[in-house]
Design a binder for this molecule. Structure first.
Ligand SMILES: *Cc1c(COP(=O)(O)O)cnc(C)c1O
Length: 456
């Protein structure tokens, strides 16, 4: 498939990519067997490679891009900021974009979250939330007792060691086990493969019983429950049954356990509302944001929390209540400007309002997928979609791992001008919120054809 225009340069870049670059979440031996796709430009919902071929970005450049690539208002906001200053620290100093963004964030997040702590990626936002929750109890009257966390199976919270400790995906996290702190891990509401189907033939929310059981037994040792509200993303686009999140919140309050909502993937419109917690009117005690916060432009993250938690950190310096955490690029001003422009677009373009008819189109398109015998389950919440492929639908038998069925689908889609990336055997669709209806139809059509081609 190598192309004409500039073979020398393309060939050189490909070679360096293969010999020098180590890609994230990538088995490099397998990667070396396929022609690398070198992205050079983007526009709207599309990416252009070094050969001038355009691809529809079906996963928002790994779940971050919100209003499309090269969005004029965000480009402009960043350029204006760069002309003033590109970086200044928040340790001991402050700066305009960080202040203005904090002001905007507390207006839109669930009630009660009035304090904003910046960092620079989803993993650090979670890490901060874990440390805050831990230290909060250390500095309260229940001192030293509450040092553990409850996490959910299939949860994903990032790749730093704290975030991995509360992660629940064996494939990613298993090997590090001796390296991690232990948590109380509870089954997640993965209804398609409900592990409780035997004991609860009809859904009696057995997963909530398990959660409450864990809280009853260990509540006095538990600092916080951490979960991805409404949709577990990297675990396979697992959509919670209605009521689960609200009930989990209720249980946290009942057992004096903080709730950490990891909205890194679900935040900024992805599920059809600004934040997933809104679907069940839930206010967590801590909330982690990143991915879509800058519209997908620059690394930035924020951990939001309540005044109650914040207060527990106040004291004289010698009281040792300070939160000793911060990164070199915490709250970078250019990133904050991008985030401010991102939020303004949500308002000025009525993004969420325009999204609901597109969500309906997507739901409609997804129904067809059950015509494919390899499709076991189709899960959707807003613009987060997971299509779980199975070797046999009736028995829900997975494909053999070595078949790499998800990867096959991805390569078929790439041939057809669409970029997607699977989570194992789950094909993920996560288009930019700005995608046009026609592009959305193209995305589903191509993915449908690609699944058909990959399994035949
Ligand atoms: C992606 C993700 C993270 C980690 O974010 P990074 O920016 O990749 O470190 C954490 N939590 C959830 C729910 C995510 O989807």
């Amino acid at each position: 498939m190598k192309k004409k225009s500039n073979p020398g340069r393309a060939g050189h870049l490909e070679k360096i990519d293969q010999t020098v670059l180590w890609h994230p979440f990538t088995q490099m031996k397998a990667y070396a067997r396929i022609e690398p796709l070198i992205v050079e430009e983007g526009k709207g919902s599309y990416l252009k490679d070094i050969h001038g071929r355009w691809y529809l970005d079906g996963i928002s450049s790994l779940w971050v891009c919100v209003h499309g690539h090269r969005k004029k208002e965000i480009d402009q906001a960043m350029i204006e900021q760069i002309r003033k200053i590109s970086h200044s620290t928040l340790l001991g100093l402050t700066h305009t974009p960080a202040i203005e963004l904090a002001e905007e964030l507390v207006k839109i997040v669930p009630r009660g979250l009035g304090k904003v702590f910046y960092s620079d990626n989803g993993s650090t936002a979670v890490e901060v939330a874990l440390k805050m929750a831990f230290q909060f109890w250390q500095q309260s009257s229940r001192r030293n007792k509450k040092t553990k966390f409850i996490s959910l199976k299939n949860g994903y919270h990032g790749d730093t060691l704290g975030s991995v400790s509360v992660g629940g995906i064996d494939l990613f996290h298993g090997i590090y086990k001796p390296f991690l702190f232990s948590t109380f891990q509870v089954e997640s509401p993965y209804c398609y493969r409900c592990p409780l189907a035997q004991t609860y033939p009809r859904c009696g929310f057995g997963c909530l019983d398990l959660l409450e059981g864990e809280m009853k037994r260990h509540g006095s040792e538990v600092a916080a429950l951490i979960l991805e509200p409404i949709v577990q993303g990297a675990g396979g686009m697992i959509v919670f049954p209605k009521g689960y999140l609200r009930e989990a919140r209720f249980l946290c309050t009942k057992y004096h356990i903080l709730m950490i909502a990891d909205e890194v993937a679900t935040g900024f419109g992805r599920t059809g509302k600004m934040f997933a917690c809104e679907h069940e009117k839930v206010s967590p005690d801590l909330m982690a944001l990143s991915k879509g916060i800058t519209g997908g432009y620059l690394p930035l993250a924020a951990t939001l929390t309540t005044d109650e938690i914040y207060q527990a950190f106040l004291g004289e310096v010698q009281d040792l209540r300070t939160f000793y955490h911060g990164h070199s690029y915490t709250g970078n001003p250019v990133a904050c400007r991008a985030a401010l422009a991102n939020l303004r677009i949500f308002k000025s373009e009525g993004v969420l309002k325009k999204l609901s008819p597109k969500i309906r189109v997507l739901s409609e398109e997804l129904k067809k997928f059950y015509d494919l015998s390899a499709v076991g389950d189709v899960r959707q919440k807003g613009f987060m979609v997971g299509i779980e492929l199975v070797a046999e639908r009736k028995t829900k038998t997975p494909f053999l791992e070595e078949e790499r069925i998800g990867q096959k689908v991805v390569l078929e889609a790439r041939k057809r001008g669409v970029i997607v990336r699977p989570l194992g055997d789950v094909i993920v669709l996560m288009p930019p919120l700005s995608i046009q209806e026609e592009e959305l139809r193209k995305l589903t059509r191509v993915v449908y054809d690609s699944i058909e081609a990959a399994v035949s």
